[in-house]
Structure formats: C-alpha cells, structure tokens
Write a protein that binds this ligand. Structure first.
Ligand code: ANZ
Ligand code: ZN
Length: 793
C-alpha cells in the first residue's frame, strides 16, 4: 500500500541530494541542454506560489529532457545585491549583510522543498565577493574598451526611495518600486555605451527564437528611425542641426523647436533671456515621460535669432519647448505643422504659419499625416514620399546641408547608484591623473562593512561616509586619490550570471572558454514579462560586449526565451505581502504535499497566462494524486489488457506532444483521462503502472519515485528512459457512426469497426425513431462514418 505524504517528499529529496542526481559535468557523450530560470532576489517575504510557477515549468521540462538522454544544466542562484534587499534591511533595522543571509537561507529551503532538480553545486549569489569580483572585472574591461564613461546626466530620481532610476526602471512614468513621482536631477554618473550597441541588439533578434511579443517590445524600445540630419544656418552664422524622419517636408518648415536643455538657449543674441530662463526651470521639473505625453503645448520664442531654411533661404523663427527632448536626435527639430500632430498643435497655439507640402487631408482642421503627392515644394513637386526622401538627401549631401542619418531611442545605460548594497565600482579619482581603473589584481574590491548605510536625501552615496575606505592611492602616480562611492545597479550581477553557472567555482576566470563553449547558448530561458526591456536587454548587451572583446563564444546568450504569466491572489489582484494576500508554498506543501502543489501549478492555466490562485480547486489535484497512489493496491501479475495498452499508448503520445507544444495544463488532463479509462477495472497490470509513473515523473517526481521503488526497481526513475508510444496499439476497434435524417444530424452510435449496413441500421433506428415520420425512401451508408435516412416528407 502507498499513501502519498510529506515523508515521501522528504525521502526522495534527500536521496536525490545524497546521490547527486542532478549534478552535471561539463562534458558528456550525451547532447547538452541548458535551461535557465531567472534567479530571484531574496526579499524578506520569501517565495510565494507565483514565484514557484516558472521553476515548476522548467523543472518538468528538464526532468523529461534527462529521461530523453540529455546532459542537462539546470542551475539556480540568488540575485542578492540590490535595492530590494537593501530596502528590506532598512525596514527591519538590520544590516543588509545579515538580512540577505537569512533571506537567502529561507529561499534555498523553499526551493528545495519544492523538489526542483537544480544542480545546487553551481549555486551563485551576486553579493558574494567570489562572484562580484568578476562583475567588477567586467566593468574594467568595459572601461578599457571605452564603453564606460563618467558624465553629467539628467536622471530620474525617486525622492521616496532615494535613488536614481533608468528609463527602463520607470513604470508609467512613476517609480517602479514605490509607485511615487520621480523628479529630474543632474548627476555625475558612470554610464555604459549601450546606444552604440543598438544596431547589434536589433540584428541579434533575427538569430534568436523569442516570442513575437518579446521581439516587438525590444524593437520598439530600441526604436530605430531612419531619416536625415539637416543643418540650418542661423542669423549669426552658427549652425542648428536637426534630426528628421521626413526631410522631404523641408519646404513645409515654418519654425524650429529646440529642447530647453539645448546649448543654443545660452546664446548671447537672445534678447528675452529671462523668459527663456524661467521656461527652462519650468521644464526641468517634468520627467521625460511627462514631456512626451500629448498635453497642451508650452514654449517660448527666442527673440533676436532666426534660422534659415537651406532649400529656399526663408527666415524661420526658433522656439524652445519641452516636447522636444535633448536626449534624442539633435535635441532640435524642424517643425512641419501641416504634417505633424505635435507641430500642428504648437503652431495653432503660437500662431505659426502652416504650409502644406503633401496633398490630401484638410489642414484647416488637423495635420495631414497620410501620403500624397508633394506640393509647394519646388523641385520635389509631383513626386511620392520615398522618391522625395532620396532626392532631398541627395541634394542635401551635394550642397552640404545634410545627410542620411539613423537614430535610436535607446539610451546609454546609467550605471551608478547612490546606494550601499551593490558592487563597488573599481575606479579611483586622482586630482592629477583623473579617473583611474583599479588594477585587476586588487579585485574584488570588497564592500566595506559600515553601520550607517542609509541612502541620503540629497543623493550623496552612503559609501562617501566610509572615509578610511574612500581614501586611497592613485594606481598611476601613487599620490592621494579617492574611490568611487557610487555602486553598481542591481542589474549588473544578473547581466552575466548565466555564464558563471557553466563554471561557477572558477577562481582564475569568470568562466573558462571551454565550459562556456560546451554549454553554449541557454537553450530555453524562462522569465517575467516585466524584464523584456530591462534585464533581458541589459544581459544581451553585456554578453554582446564580452563577445566583441573575445571573452565569450556566442553573440547572443539566449537561444530562446519565453515568459510566464503571473499568479494573482484569489481576489485577482497582485500578490504582495503588504496586501496580506500572499499564498506561501510552504503552507500548501504542509497540507497537501509538494507533488500536489506542483501539479496544481501546472494545471491551473497555460503557463504563459496570468491566473488567479484558487486554493479550493487544489483538492481536485490532491484527489488525483491519491488515486495514482491507490493504483498500487490494484496490481495484478499479468500482461496489459487491450484497454490498458490503448490508454497508456494514447497517454504517452499526448503527454509527449503537449510537452513539445508547452501545453502543460493539458498534460495533467491527459493523465487524468488515462486513469479514467481504466477506472472501472478491479486490477491493473504492473507494466501499465510502470509506464504511467514514468510519464508522471516530471510533474510529480516524489510519488512516482516511491511507486517505482515499490514496484521493485533499485535504480531511480530519474535515470529511466522516456517511454515511446506504440502507435499500432492505438488503432481503435470501434467506430462512431453519425446518424442523420434527411441530412440533419440527430445522434450517433458506437459500433464494432467495419460493421455492415444492416447491423448499423438496426442499432441506429431506435435512436432516431421519432424523426422517422414518413416512409423511408433511401438509406445512405458510409462505412465507419455515417448513416442517413431519407424519409418522405
Ligand atoms: C520633420 C517632420 C515632419 C517630422 C513630419 C515628422 C513628421 P521618430 O519616428 O520617433 O524617430 N523629432 C526629432 N528629434 C526630436 C526630439 N529630440 N524630440 C522630439 N521630437 C523629435 O520621430 C522622428 C521625428 O520626431 C522627426 O521628424 C522630428 O519631427 C521629431 F511631417 O521632422 B520630424
Ligand atoms: Zn594620480
């Protein structure tokens, strides 16, 4: 007799660990498979059942892969540096070192209780000096390659969280952590040249197998625009450059707009300086996202200076307005109000001229953004859009007032954080020599243990208070120098952890080339949607840089990427500790057992969809698991009968196919249906149960191992081969005949395969009797398919 219980869970978890079942070598005769889950950051609240879902999905996949003969790398670690961990420490009044260690233990315990088949020997933690030594080392390689620079930048600053946020870290213009308003602040920041990689990041998308949603989101984020740079001469002889995607509308330009941060606003020629200054102060308060919203246009005209249109020498007024961003293109535009919505609104408000240059639409009402023949455009008249664009770029190049240009929305990556709990940036500043990289032999530059680690209101880095640590000597001249006190963002450690897993104990290199070549790209990367334009982009960029430096073997780190949906609380809102609606996997495991939780996680919905948790429907899954355990009591020593043979082969086929299609919730239905088919039997053949537990093993590994052992096997299921369906056993010896009267379907009957017309007619007649109201004129019969009675009406 077998009764499924927690003891069974524990017994097998212990055995797997003792025997090192999931530990893998960096070599094998078998083909390799590298499956990766995003590693969690260890917060104070522990894992909830939503976190458990993606791990369960991949665990099922890799357990099957092992049975199919793959050498599987399935690692796990913790993203333990970062604001989340620090915030928790602050809240509980402890040091992040202490809380992080405690929380990490909780996480590891929870992950182990879920029975995941991770190779724990490769475990990494990003706040461990053995790990961040290499994060710092990589930063130095970026720096030496000219890809890291320190510059003043306007940043998003959350006054509540007291930290800088990149655009990627904003959610609807608000702080992604606290949901509060962010303000703009000028900061001197380490920055990585991610923009230089825009084209490569776009190109790389053609090589990988990501879902369309993910690819599109990344493409839009990178935001490539093909256009032209046009140079306008100013009345004082200087130049004003603009970026435009519509150089063909040059004859329709009636004013110029520059961003409030543009250097031209400082020009001595401007006669209304105070007005301009006030407007700059006003605009500086808004975030970039707020500026991009389509609100009422504001701005100020620059008096004392005008621009000259290079195609017709017309004088054009110049405005400043916050709808033009300094960080994009040239921070200045040529406005064509007749054909651009924002310019149209601005022109209406400020009384600027509106000159149509494309026919169609009604510009007395709104801007016309459609296509049409060019008008009012001299040598471009009568031509279509793409011809005019080519033509004007040709002319501009000849006459030296412009050229073709490509722009990207993607920005360089602001890499400094004025926080304590992160990797120290391995740079020192010397009055004489400027910024100097630390020698590689001095890595890791460990984070000093300080008592007052709180972020400050003015955004001064807490590490600045650690005077002993800050003061150092210059690596170049040996004179006095000070260390960088900003730390790296929490995205740093996660940008390369997938490489470290291939060789996590290496203390000579971040990973050997051999190990990275052996494991190659991550075959399947499962993570959250919210990381599509954050972590996933950063990691691709980071890996690409390392690739260009010859340090990693693949340009793209992840061969395929899928995203999981969220598990919401029972009331349909997001699970969060502050709302008190979190379901803890430990509780479910205590009450029902790990396998019930695992199967339920997979059964609840397609894994890519979000779904509300429903504790009450776990009982159905618990019943199923108990039913499987109960099969053991029904064993009989005999070969499989016909029903069993057909049911189990059908099940093999369905489960295997649905694994390939990643329709995991329907795999659970396949298990259930299979058992229903044999539910009326008093006894079960041993072979049936053997195959069934193999199929079930990825989902319910504990119970299936237990049954397998009780069936008399000394080797674990982990090492068994995945069953293959015998399709010849699937041929049914029954067929379902559709019955109709005068062509209208009225019912069906199940008959022995190849039954003749006479016997089918006799079985069908009683079923449709009430429709046979007249004389039967004719009977149409198609063997194994249908019978149709044609009656007189
Ligand atoms: C003239 C024009 C005429 C434009 C027209 C559009 C339509 P995307 O596709 O987003 O790249 N632009 C350029 N730099 C800008 C900046 N720093 N801030 C705000 N707007 C800026 O859009 C490119 C277009 O956005 C450019 O082409 C420019 O307006 C504007 F019928 O130039 B266009
Ligand atoms: Zn120096």
């Amino acid at each position: 007799m077998i009764r499924y219980s927690k003891e069974i869970d524990k017994k097998w978890q212990k055995k797997w660990e003792e025997q090192g079942c999931f530990r893998v070598e960096n070599k094998s005769e078998k083909p390799k498979y590298y499956a990766l889950n995003e590693f969690p950051f260890p917060s104070g609240s522990g894992l909830h059942v939503g976190h458990a879902r993606p791990y369960t999905v991949l665990d099922c996949i890799v357990r099957k892969k092992r049975m199919e003969g793959y050498n599987v790398l399935f690692p796990m670690g913790l993203d333990s540096f970062g604001a989340q961990a620090e915030q928790y420490a602050i809240k509980t009044g402890q040091k992040p070192q202490i809380t992080t260690e405690k929380n990490s233990e909780t996480y590891i315990g929870q992950l182990k209780a879920l029975g995941f088949s991770f190779d724990w020997s490769r475990f990494i933690s990003t706040s461990n000096p053995d790990y961040y030594k290499w994060t710092q080392w990589m930063f130095l390689q970026f720096y030496k390659a000219g890809l890291a620079y320190k510059a003043e930048a306007t940043i998003n600053w959350c006054p509540k969280c007291k930290m800088a946020l990149t655009n990627e870290e904003l959610e609807g213009g608000k702080c992604e952590r606290c949901g509060g308003d962010v303000i703009q602040k000028k900061k001197y920041q380490w920055t990585l040249r991610m923009k230089d990689y825009a084209e490569k990041l776009l190109d790389g998308l053609n090589e990988v197998d990501y879902s369309d949603v993910i690819k599109t989101a990344q493409k839009n984020w990178i935001g490539k625009s093909v256009g032209a740079e046009i140079v306008f001469k100013l009345s004082n002889g200087e130049e004003l450059k603009v970026f435009t995607t519509r150089p063909d509308t040059l004859f329709g330009v009636s004013f110029m707009v520059i961003a409030p941060e543009h250097s031209l606003t400082e020009s001595d020629l401007i006669t209304n300086k105070n007005e301009v200054k006030d407007y700059k102060v006003y605009a500086n308060k808004k975030t970039e996202l707020a500026r991009m919203e389509n609100k009422e246009k504001t701005g100020v005209k620059l008096n004392g200076i005008v621009a000259i249109n290079p195609v017709n020498n017309k004088e054009i007024p110049i405005f400043i307005s916050d709808y033009v961003m300094m960080g994009y293109g040239e921070g200045a535009i040529m406005a064509v109000p007749a054909h651009d919505d924002r310019d149209y609104e601005f022109a209406k408000k400020f009384g600027c001229e509106i000159i149509p240059v494309i026919s169609g639409g009604d510009i007395s009402k709104e801007a016309y953004t459609g296509d049409g023949e060019h008008i009012n455009s001299d040598f471009l008249n009568g031509m279509n859009k793409s011809d005019t664009i080519n033509k004007i770029i040709e002319v501009a190049s000849e006459k030296h007032f412009g050229e073709k240009k490509i722009e990207y929305k993607l920005r360089d990556w602001l890499f400094s954080r004025q926080r304590y709990w992160g990797e120290p940036v391995p740079m020192v500043y010397c009055e004489k020599c400027g910024w100097q990289p630390l020698s590689e032999s001095e890595l890791p530059l460990t984070l000093p243990d300080i008592d007052d680690y709180l972020p400050t209101d003015d955004g001064e880095a807490p590490l600045a208070k650690a005077k002993d640590w800050v003061n150092t000597t210059c690596p170049k001249c040996g004179g006095h120098a000070t260390r960088e006190t900003d730390t790296m963002p929490n995205w740093a450690g996660s940008s390369w952890y997938f490489l470290r897993y291939t060789d996590s104990k290496n203390d000579k290199e971040f990973a050997s080339m051999e190990a990275m070549k052996y494991w190659g790209q991550v075959d399947l990367y499962l993570g959250g949607n919210e990381h599509t334009t954050r972590h996933l982009l950063y990691a691709r960029f980071w890996n690409r840089v390392l690739f260009d430096l010859g340090l990693v073997p693949n340009a793209e780190p992840f061969k395929s990427r899928i995203s999981q949906g969220l598990i919401l609380a029972e009331d349909g809102t997001k699970m969060s500790k502050s709302k008190g609606n979190v379901v803890n996997p430990d509780d479910i495991i205590n009450e029902y057992g790990t396998d019930v939780l695992r199967v339920y996680e997979m059964f609840i919905a397609p894994f890519s969809e979000s779904v509300a948790w429903d504790t009450s429907s776990i009982i159905g899954v618990a019943r199923f698991i108990n039913k499987v355990a109960g099969l053991f009591d029904k064993l009989e020593n005999r070969p499989m009968n016909e029903i069993e043979t057909r049911a189990i082969n059908q099940c093999i086929l369905e489960v295997s196919e649905r694994f390939d299609l990643m329709k995991f919730n329907t795999i659970v239905s396949a298990y259930m249906e299979c058992l229903n088919k044999i539910s009326k039997q008093e006894t079960i053949a041993k072979e049936f149960l053997e195959i069934f537990v193999k199929l079930l093993n990825p989902f319910a590994p504990h119970l299936s191992e237990e049954i397998w052992e009780k069936l008399g096997h000394s080797e674990m299921l982990v090492f068994e081969k995945w069953p293959v369906a015998d399709k010849s056993k699937l041929v049914e010896n029954e067929s379902t005949i559709s019955i109709s009267v005068n062509g209208k379907r009225r019912g069906e009957v199940v008959v022995t395969l190849n039954s003749d017309e006479d016997s089918v007619r006799e079985l069908a007649k009683p079923i449709v009797e009430k429709y046979l109201t007249g004389e039967i004129m004719q009977i149409i019969f198609v063997k194994n398919k249908l019978i149709n009675f044609v009656v007189k009406q």
